[in-house]
Design a binder for this molecule. Structure first.
Ligand code: PGA
Length: 253
């Protein structure tokens, strides 16, 4: 069975003090459930990764980066490699978050290189996919998710892909307060799982975790989690509040 997975994406928030405080509160509030019943990760900004990883070193909370660069080292000003992230205690990394796709302009090709570099460097990628509102309204949700998934995972072996987590995050639900209904989330997750079965095999499709993200709050987490193909939640805004994030973790247990 797939273990539930809850990740908190802090985006460009917190500071040196509040990042560590938030991490400690999440760790102490979830010590009974983290790892045993649910995988929990936090994704702080790059500059706070190391201090958060240190603060969490005796806990079961995993640390995730929000992004990565695909080259292993060299003249790539401003970029961070997989080995650097591994070195400071990261185990996961978000790849292709919608803000990277739509604000920064990352392409499917670039995201594919990032997923491959993460895997080559021993990190577990969380590949984010999801359609824009105009794409949903035009009935293109499946087409967009199909493209993002196939291109994002291009040229990776079944073994490599089995280490990937998928996050379905409809762009119209991110930071808008407009969550997908549990049925909309389930439909998209079911589509993704069937697509993975076609692309690889049934076993991989059954084992891979598919998280939902987009305005997840304590109030809707309890309705989203029971959906058959919703294996966890990628939480933005609500993960900045320890009580809210802990309530969401509880909903996933
Ligand atoms: P949100 O962000 O929960 O604030 O909508 C989710 C995400 O972008 O991962």
């Amino acid at each position: 069975m797939r273990k539930p997975f809850v990740a908190g994406n802090w985006k460009m928030n917190t500071d040196s003090h509040s990042s560590v405080e938030l991490a400690k509160r999440v760790a102490s509030g979830s010590s009974q459930v983290a790892d045993q019943s649910v995988t929990v990760a936090v994704c702080p900004p790059f500059v706070y990764l190391q201090s958060v990883a240190r603060a969490l070193s005796t806990s079961s909370i995993a640390v995730s980066a929000q992004d990565i660069y695909f080259e292993p080292k060299g003249a790539f000003t401003g970029e961070i490699s997989a080995s650097m992230l591994k070195d400071i205690g990261c185990s996961f990394v978000l790849c292709g978050h919608s803000e990277r796709r739509h604000v920064v302009g990352e392409t499917d090709e670039l995201i594919n290189k990032k997923v491959a570099a993460a895997l080559a460097g021993g990190l577990l990628p969380i590949l984010c996919v999801g359609e824009l509102l105009a794409e949903r309204d035009a009935g293109q949700t499946e087409q967009v998710v199909n493209r993002q998934l196939k291109n994002g995972l291009a040229d990776l072996s079944v073994e490599k892909v089995s280490a990937v987590t998928i996050a379905y995050e409809p762009v119209w639900a991110i930071g808008t307060g407009r969550t997908a209904t549990p049925q909309q989330a389930q439909e998209a997750h079911d589509f993704i799982r069937k697509l993975l079965a076609q692309m690889y095999n049934e076993r991989l499709a059954e084992e891979i975790r598919i998280l939902y993200g987009g305005s997840v709050k304590p109030a809707n987490a309890a309705d989203l989690m029971p959906q058959q193909d919703v294996d966890g939640l990628l939480v933005g805004g609500a993960s900045l509040n320890a009580e809210d994030f802990l309530a969401i973790i509880q909903a996933a247990v």
